[in-house]
Design a binder for this molecule. Structure first.
Ligand code: SF4
Length: 402
């Protein structure tokens, strides 16, 4: 039996959970160890993790619960008091062999994280953040920005491809800050160029969330020229009104966000654009909210992650005059509805065209634009096929493998 891992939050947490499972099992842990990898981005994420811990303690009284992740790193004592919790580890300690009673096997090839499938692998290249957006608790849980060396990232991606993975997703807390702490202050664009050159048999390289104010010149060039760099940008926009962006301490304006979207489309026609947006940030008026809604409508962005504002204790935004919760939820609903209209229009534009599909389960996969595709014929997970788009239902395409 294997170690159980309950993961909340982002791709970085998903990756770290896969590493912790492999490391703990290599050190001899089994089903008696339950790892809960928490997230602190919203109150709801913390509530779900606490609920999971109480349920585990009730249903498996003998299990040793190890709690880690951002919420536990920020308030270790509080999480340590929950029933069944044997240990609390911060975000640095959770990946260390010693934390699991093992030791790094000197010279041995690093164990690949156990993602549960061999389709898409998350590859963290950067950790932590040096910014202080007023709503965000992450820097308090993850510390300053730290980048992995290019050689380290290339070695991991080579090993992933050798193990059968067809897509690598570069991820981090503040991905566009990659390299600022490395000798020569390299940038994300240089990393992408090196990975594509050093691992020619990697079919797909994808980027996770980007700060629109920090996309470097080389990355722009690669977005326009590199077929293996997926035509899909997810932007950390957060709002579409300049006063709210200022109060969030973001580094871009509404006009700059729209300019980034137009530039991406000019360089890579048909590119998929997604965005993170917060609805109901403190002090947000109806007029300011409508600017964000208009940004969604004008830009036609099809892939939105919308969050009603969640006050995080200890952040400046938690001390600002709040928008009532029902209004936050209502505004989030209006943004999501506008996003669905965009998604329906965007997906319909693929009907009759040929796309490439990375099969995730027998009858479904993702295109290079990250659109979900339902396949009319079964195919093995991990396979990469050309497919003809026969239709769409507003959230997914239907496609026939060629
Ligand atoms: S850039 Fe801002 S939102 Fe992103 S992790 Fe850093 S502080 Fe948080």
């Amino acid at each position: 039996m294997t170690v159980s891992v309950l993961t909340f939050g982002c791709r970085l947490n998903a990756y770290e959970s896969a590493v912790m499972r492999s490391t703990a099992e290599a050190a001899g842990h089994d089903e008696e160890t339950v790892i809960v990898n928490t997230c602190a981005v919203t109150e709801e994420a913390e509530r779900q993790a606490r609920q999971a811990i109480r349920r585990t303690a009730r249903e498996r009284p003998g299990a040793g619960i190890v709690v880690t992740g951002c919420a536990a790193a920020i308030e270790p004592a509080r999480w340590a008091r929950l029933p069944g919790v044997a240990r609390v580890l911060d975000n640095r300690a959770k990946l260390a062999h010693e934390s699991w009673g093992g030791a790094a096997a000197l010279g041995a090839a690093p164990r690949l994280p156990d993602f549960g499938s061999r389709v898409r692998a998350f590859v963290p290249v950067q950790q932590g953040c040096d910014h202080r957006c007023t709503f965000c608790i992450i820097p308090y849980g993850r510390g300053p920005s730290v980048s992995r060396s290019i050689e380290d990232v290339v070695a991991e991606i080579r090993a992933l491809v050798a193990a059968g993975f067809r897509e690598a997703v570069l991820t981090g807390v503040d991905l566009t800050a990659y390299g600022a702490d490395l000798a020569g202050r390299t940038r994300l664009g240089a990393l992408v160029r090196r990975v594509l050159a050093a691992v020619p048999d990697l079919p797909r390289l994808r980027l996770s969330s980007l700060d629109p104010a920090e996309i470097d010149a080389e990355l722009w060039r690669l977005i326009g020229e590199e077929e293996r760099l997926m035509p899909h940008l997810h932007l950390s926009l957060q709002a579409g009104n300049d006063m709210i962006l200022k109060r969030m301490k973001r580094r871009h304006s509404r006009a700059a966000a729209l300019a980034v979207i137009s530039r991406a489309r000019a360089l890579r026609p048909g590119i998929a654009i997604g965005a993170d947006l917060i609805a109901g940030f403190p002090t947000e008026t109806e007029a300011e909210f409508r600017d964000t809604l208009a940004l969604v409508e004008e830009s036609g962005m099809p892939f939105l992650h919308v969050f009603p504002f969640s006050a995080r204790p200890g952040t400046p935004a938690a001390r600002m005059p709040a928008v009532p919760w029902p209004l936050r939820r209502e505004r989030a609903g209006r943004l999501r509805a506008a996003g669905r209209v965009n998604a329906t229009r965007y997906l319909a534009s693929f009907v009759g065209r040929t796309v490439s599909v990375l099969v995730e389960s027998e009858a479904s996969g993702r295109t290079e634009h990250y659109a979900r595709a339902t396949l009319s014929t079964a195919a093995p997970a991990g396979a990469l096929f050309a497919a003809r788009v026969e239709g769409c239902n507003g959230t997914a395409l239907t496609a026939a493998l060629l």
